[in-house]
Design a protein. Structure first.
Ligand SMILES: [Zn+2]
Length: 408
């Protein structure tokens, strides 16, 4: 038995067991289809003591993140989100020349470019060398490293500290959670601010987003639990926003516990109380999730079986990591979905891990005119439906699988 990555208690309680799947970003080339493919248990636990929902570390982060095919700049919605965030935070915390913004997991520089444009010093920290080099090419200084206490100490020794320390969609990816948060405490200047965005467990559960569980996401956070984790490292959450991104995320604003000039907003108390009322401080709340996931699987398969029995053709849209949890857990292969399309040239020509569905560029949809387009990145459905609206010309319809199968 393994133990909680935050508090160390033995993990006894299952949150949801999604069987075994390959790593969600291990897309295959044609030549690999006849080779053995590693599958790993995808079993989420909830800690009985601190209620952190988490996966065991069955795969090392080095194996997952050192050659990472996700380039943030290929999503327009995400770029708009990043640009709006930069404008907001520059104004709110009066960032200007002489201040420094550091982003952990800075990807291809999609966010830091907006600070550079305003003349603010930036530094990216990104473990995947291939995406980091894309950032460097566009003029974003980036160190290729995993973040933790050691990296933070090295930077501080070079005289580097953060006025604003940003971590978007990275907290879930961190196996050594205490080392990571402790590193943030070290790198943050005495009056600096950390903002972090991560998917909100309450939304994951309310909206049945089981497909956001995959091996790269080691932890799944409620506000109550994340507040405890920061507090254990001398950091205080002084504001929180609920965002629509990634199916519902939290953006927390964090300061040193001693930096009391920044008062704690009412939104912090309000969200803590709302989660408490919803049951997030009782194990029972977490144990109810598995059965709802199974029920959703049955509904998705029911839709696909009926569509095929009616002679319909189904193509996928997107090849996101979450799609691979859904496809593998439900057992959906090219017997249901002929192919999928993705705008990222880094995925075209590949096959989905485990389920071996071929990935093409979006123009394939125009050539084959499928009856249904099954949207795997359901969180981007508005963007996808706008881009692909021409499927209506031949009577094509959109399908989203989460929170419930729905034809649009
Ligand atoms: Zn725990």
């Amino acid at each position: 038995m393994s133990s909680c990555r935050f508090c160390g208690s033995v993990l006894r309680s299952t949150f949801v067991d999604l069987g075994t799947t390959p790593l969600a970003n291990n897309f295959l080339k044609a030549a690999q289809l006849n080779q053995m493919e590693p599958f790993y248990p995808l079993h989420a636990y909830v800690c009985d003591l601190c209620f952190l929902v988490q996966l065991n570390e069955v795969v090392s982060p080095e194996a997952i993140f050192t050659d990472y095919p996700y380039f943030s700049s290929y999503s327009e919605t995400w770029l708009q989100h990043a640009s709006a965030y930069a404008d907001m935070v520059i104004e709110r915390f009066r960032l200007g020349a002489g201040r420094r913004v550091i982003e952990i997991a800075s990807n291809d520089g999609y966010l830091l470019q907006y600070f550079v444009a305003k003349g603010i010093s930036v530094l990216g920290i990104e473990p995947a060398a291939n995406v980091a080099s894309a950032a460097v090419k566009r003029g974003i200084p980036t160190v290729v490293k995993f973040f933790g206490e050691q990296t933070a100490r090295e930077l501080v020794a070079e005289g580097i500290g953060a006025d604003l320390l940003v971590g978007n969609n990275v907290l879930a990816h961190v196996p050594r959670l205490n080392d990571f948060v402790s590193g943030m405490k070290i790198l943050l200047k005495s009056n600096g601010v950390i903002t972090m965005e991560f998917p909100h467990l309450m939304r994951l559960m309310d909206e049945n987003q089981f497909d956001t569980i995959y091996h790269e996401h080691f932890s799944y956070f409620s506000f109550i639990t994340v507040e405890k984790i920061f507090a254990a490292h001398g950091l205080t959450i002084f504001d929180v926003e609920e965002l629509p991104t990634h199916g519902g995320s939290l953006r927390v604003y964090v300061r040193h516990a001693g930096d009391t000039a920044k008062t704690v907003a009412d939104r912090v108390t309000e969200l803590r109380e709302r989660e408490d009322r919803a049951g997030f401080t009782h194990l029972k709340q977490y144990l109810s999730f598995g059965e709802r996931v199974t029920e959703n699987k049955r509904r998705i398969l029911d839709f696909l079986i009926r569509a095929k029995q009616d002679g319909k053709t189904i193509a996928g849209y997107g090849a996101p990591a979450k799609g691979n949890t859904l496809l593998n857990y439900c057992g959906i292969r090219s017997d249901f979905i002929d192919y999928t399309v993705d705008r990222s040239p880094h995925k075209q020509g590949y096959f989905t891990p485990g389920t071996h569905i071929p990935i093409y560029g979006p123009e394939k949809v125009k050539e084959t005119r499928p009856d249904y387009l099954f949207i795997l990145p359901w969180n981007l459905k508005e963007e996808v439906m706008e881009q692909m609206s021409y499927i209506r010309d031949w009577g094509g319809k959109f399908v989203v699988p989460i929170p419930n199968v729905e034809v649009l």
